[in-house]
Design a protein around this ligand. Structure first.
Ligand code: NAP
Length: 519
């Protein structure tokens, strides 16, 4: 960011402040008519939509429109605009990037008091989990039920539903995909160790009544937060509520009554910025202080998960909240339980589409000059391993701030091309097409001709992800030294190391898709 000597001088007085705060201050000081002078004027708007616009803006009806205030601040050449959440949400998309926005929270008491709250002690006995109806969340639910059954503890899940019974049904249903062992195991553990509350992370108090909120604030020892609106198409403005405000609300609960460590599930998409990638020891607020809002693929999703990580860092810096961030890449099928694969994800759709159409490219990757074909690596890990890793490392993260890149770091040549070889070797008739462009055209035509249900679960609407062929990556997309060290020292997984993707797992995709009658 370009700064005048005057602004640089002012910032030098804030050397000990965190990088995020300094970047925001710099943006404010370099905005509007006073940019660079070292002076600033902020437009503060209060109450308004919280208490009813008619009362607050009565003499000036034009101000009923939240955009009016953004525009006023811009027209006046002000340095920033400060308002409560509702007002900001109503203009965040239209005015994104035009003026620094300051969110006014009524939580001063929460933040000030938090530093003196009791800190976590011992193994957690009451764990709160969000997102248990989701793909990763259901296996985090199983992991924690198993752990808490050993110590007589309780897992509390917040899930959407008409009431707590309906929310509980939804979790049971997510785990009941045709494997009787899993269903039995869940029912046995849940009978004594699971409480389900109907709630919504996108609502104040997570959609809970005050009594329940206070009970959770007093009793919960650890919060595991994978819930998110996982959508690569929606813009930031629509993901802001569930993914950013939702995470802020989870943090508020963690800072009420006693400090509760949070395990926040994030994505590798957060740690890419241009050609740079970031390790686990880097403060994301420094590495990527500002992000663009645009209409590139998954921009809103990556921004919303980044904002969640920023909130976690801020809560740690300001209030000493212990935090662990787990940045996952593709979460693959469960290695054991039948029918447990994520039917909506890009990878499952690809497996289905390759087998259903019977055609694959000679290679998915740009030719890298090797005569034996491109050597590449696919970054994904089985869901059972990821859930075990998050539960184990997360339970230990009772102090400080930890970031783990939950990626597959092996330069093992196990790639999409290898998966096609395995599919063919297992007897699936797949023809290799030499020319990539030719394959893509034929693939699209063949998917259009599939029966309705198969077509809906195919790659048809996500084909852009394969246009053009990707470079052959040998090593992991992100460094994962802390994650690997944690996995090894805590003896996570059958190999006590990060696993390689196996032919058995790819074979299980086909078996699971057949069981679900998608093949
Ligand atoms: N899948 C991957 O390959 C992948 C890769 C990298 C990172 N991640 C991260 O891993 C986490 C889990 O992903 P996933 O694939 O398991 O997602 P998923 O299957 O779509 O599950 C998302 C969960 O979040 C819940 N949720 C969404 N909005 C909510 C709200 N307003 N209130 C309460 N719950 C809400 C959903 O509940 P409903 O059932 O009510 O919708 C569901 O339980 C996410 O944080 C995601 O960013 C996933």
């Amino acid at each position: 960011m370009k700064m005048t000597p005057r602004v640089r001088k002012i910032l030098s007085h804030y050397e000990s402040d965190n990088p995020g705060t300094k970047t925001n201050l710099a943006r404010i000081l370099m905005q509007g008519r006073l940019a660079g002078t070292g002076k600033l004027v902020i437009l503060p708007v209060d109450q308004g939509f919280e208490h009813g616009p008619v009362r607050s803006f009565g003499p000036n009806p034009a101000a009923y429109d939240p955009h009016y205030h953004f525009q006023l601040a811009l027209d006046a050449g002000l340095s920033a605009y400060a308002a409560p959440l509702g007002m900001i949400e109503a203009g965040a998309d239209s005015f994104a990037g035009q003026i620094p926005i300051i969110l006014k929270l009524n939580s001063a008491n929460t933040l000030t008091a938090a530093k003196n709250l009791a800190r976590p002690r011992g193994a957690p006995q009451t764990v709160l989990l969000t997102g248990a109806t989701g793909y990763l969340g259901r296996f985090l639910c199983m992991e924690w039920l198993q752990r808490l059954s050993q110590s007589g503890g309780t897992l509390i899940c917040i899930a959407r539903g008409r009431d707590s019974g309906a929310a509980r049904e939804r979790i049971a249903d997510a785990l009941d995909r045709g494997d009787p062992d899993l269903t039995r195991e869940f029912q046995t553990l849940a009978a004594d160790h699971l409480e389900v509350l109907a709630g919504d992370v996108d609502e104040p108090n997570l959609g809970l009544d005050d009594g329940t909120w206070n009970r959770l604030a007093d009793n919960v020892d650890l919060i595991v937060h994978p819930a998110a609106l996982v959508n690569h198409v929606l813009p930031y403005s629509q993901l802001f509520g569930p993914n950013v405000v939702g995470t802020a609300e989870v943090i508020r609960l963690a800072l009420t009554s006693k400090l509760k460590p949070i395990n926040y599930v994030s994505t590798v998409a957060v740690a890419f910025s241009g050609d740079d990638v970031f390790g686990e020891d880097v403060d994301i607020r420094t590495a990527i202080a500002v992000r663009k809002i645009d209409d590139t693929y998954a921009n809103g999703y990556a921004n919303s998960k980044w904002a969640g990580e920023v909130l976690m860092r801020e809560a740690h810096d300001l209030c000493g909240l212990p935090g662990a961030v787990f940045r996952c890449d593709m979460i693959l099928a469960h290695r054991r339980y039948a029918g447990q694969l994520n039917v909506t994800d890009l990878f499952t759709r690809l497996m289905l589409s390759l087998v259903a159409t019977g055609i694959a490219p000679r290679s998915f990757h740009e030719f890298d000059g090797r005569t034996d074909g491109a050597r590449a690596h696919y970054d994904g890990l089985p869901v059972d391993f990821i859930a075990e890793a998050i539960a184990t490392l997360g339970a230990n993260a009772t102090d400080g701030f930890h970031t783990y890149n939950v990626v597959n770091p092996h330069d093992d040549g196990i790639s999409l091309d290898q998966f096609v070889d395995w599919l063919i070797a297992a007897g699936n008739p797949i023809q290799r097409i030499d020319d990539y462009g030719d394959w893509l055209t034929r693939f699209e035509t063949a998917m259009r001709a599939l029966p309705d249900r198969q077509r809906q679960h195919s790659e048809l609407n996500l084909l852009d992800a394969f246009r053009p062929p990707t470079p052959a990556l040998h090593s992991p997309v992100l460094p994962a030294d802390a994650f690997r060290a944690g996995v090894r020292s805590s003896c996570i997984g059958v190999d006590r190391d990060i696993p390689h993707i196996s032919a058995d797992l790819i074979g299980k995709y086909v078996a699971d898709l057949r069981q679900l009658e998608l093949l």
